[in-house]
Design a protein around this ligand. Structure first.
Ligand code: LMR
Length: 335
């Protein structure tokens, strides 16, 4: 009760400060963009490019402050801060919207998308576009999808077959799909905020994790993970989101320009994400800290059939229509 009163008070405060801003002719609109990763990652670069273009093209009208590495808000509180109007832009990974819509869980299903190009096709088609609007009732509007990349499994022991993961503890994002995925392997999933991952691996609180190369490298996770298996078993992408009251309350000309900028930035992020991840993969290999394990077609098939039962578990919550649309984007149609 007390908590919801605080939320209402925070909303009122946010609304007051927005209208005060509008009233002060000439005061630039402040956009706080908070995220949890490093500047050198696809999302980090996207946030900085957004700031640059917005301030260049809307001088004196818009000011953007970027807070990286969970320096303003972290996984636990960033979405609530957005809904309360305390921050105006976020780009959480798609796994982190679970409490606002179950439909986005489709992105966490293991071995659903063959590669980032397939993910891209899904995001561009009607069903993917619709999902951007699936949380408006919850005060969250999706503006774009941003790629990071496909996830790899890392651990303190070599993971060649799914049975190798049994008994290990893996850090996961706050997603019940990912929880079920590791449970299928006989492993123990542990939900932890991104900012806690390095310490949890270093201290041995967990022994493994799943990340794209850019997150592995920028957080130095490889330095405490002697084995990395190139599974590409799932995707880690983002939704750029705002608070609809803020977004639709912007002066029309400002919003239109910001939407144009977002289109350009999204294109740049999505074109560069794979290159950035490939470069970080090379850096990790060059560091010599971890042994890279490649999978044969048979080994990959074994991982796929171990994790695949998760789809059935979540199909009803996600929606059969969404799952069907996602399955249609691979070049090789799937069962
Ligand atoms: C994670 O928690 O592993 C990722 O969602 C972090 C990020 O934003 O890439």
């Amino acid at each position: 009760m007390l908590k919801s009163l605080f939320a209402v008070a925070a909303c009122a405060l946010a609304l007051t400060s927005t209208s005060t801003q509008d009233a002060q002719a000439g005061a630039p609109i402040l956009i706080k963009f908070s995220h949890v990763v490093a500047d050198g990652t696809p999302k980090g670069q996207g946030a900085l490019l957004f700031k640059k273009l917005a301030e260049e093209r809307l001088p004196g009208q818009v000011r953007v402050e970027v807070y990286s590495n969970s320096s303003l808000y972290g996984d636990a509180d960033e979405l609530q801060a957005l809904r309360n109007g305390e921050v105006q832009l976020l780009a959480p990974s798609l796994a982190k919207f679970e409490q606002y819509t179950r439909q986005l869980q489709v992105f966490d299903l293991p071995f659903l998308f063959d590669d980032l190009e397939a993910v891209n096709r899904f995001q561009k088609r009607a069903k993917g576009r619709q999902l951007l609007r699936s949380m408006e009732q919850q005060n969250i509007v999706g503006l774009a999808y941003w790629h990071n990349g496909m996830k790899q499994l890392s651990a303190t022991r070599a993971l060649r077959l799914p049975t190798d993961a049994a008994g290990l503890s893996f850090r996961i994002q706050a997603s019940t799909v990912l929880e079920a995925q590791f449970a299928q392997l006989g492993a123990s999933p542990r939900k932890l905020a991104f900012a806690e991952v390095f310490k949890a691996l270093q201290s041995g609180q967990v022994q493994g994790a799943e990340n794209p190369w850019s997150n592995l490298y920028s957080q130095r996770l490889h330095s405490v993970q002697p084995y990395i298996t190139e599974t590409n078993h799932g995707v880690l992408d983002y939704m750029l989101v705002s608070n609809p009251r803020f977004w639709y309350g912007l002066p029309h000309s400002v919003r239109v320009e910001l939407e144009t900028i977002i289109d350009e930035v999204s294109l740049a992020v999505n074109l560069q994400a794979e290159t950035l991840n490939r470069a970080d993969r090379e850096r990790i290999l060059a560091s010599g800290s971890s042994q890279l394990i490649g999978l044969s077609a048979e080994e990959r098939a074994a991982w796929r059939s171990a994790m695949r039962p998760v789809w059935q578990q979540f199909e009803a919550a996600i929606g059969a229509d969404v799952l069907k649309a996602a399955q249609a984007v691979n070049r090789q149609p799937r069962d």
